[in-house]
Design a binder for this molecule. Sequence first.
Ligand code: FES
Length: 155
Amino acid sequence: MTTEQPGVQRRTVLAAGGLVIVGGALAACSGSSSPAATPEPASAPVSAPGVQSAAVEAPVAGALAAASEIPVGGGVISPEPPIVITQPAAGTFKAFTAICPHQGCLVAEVSENQIVCPCHGSIFSAEDGSVIQGPAQQGLTVADIVLQGDSIVLA
Ligand code: FES
């Protein structure tokens, strides 16, 4: 059982044994003979039209993103620490390392519940981080998050 603190809601219970991603964690490359791509910083958080713009509480220090900025079916990419936060269904938030397990690029886009790596086209599920399309052989690592007001923070 989880004891919730006032103002803190745990929206997502993740199955990765409480793994918390620390900035700079990189997955190993797949052994491809092509040169490793350099991770690229996200140019801006991913957003989509139609996001609700209701009054928002002040962000919590260290917040990865505001829940109100994450569209259903979409996501936001935090470059530092490199975490992608998704909302696969209304009110359900998930988070994964934003470093592609293929060769270490920062994922760059989330739409239609798919997380896309721009370097070689791997696609991951925004619901569980699993591989939808390679060349990545492994899915994105789950990160535990907690919703504090409108702010999403690492657990
Ligand atoms: Fe190759 Fe992501 S680094 S698909």
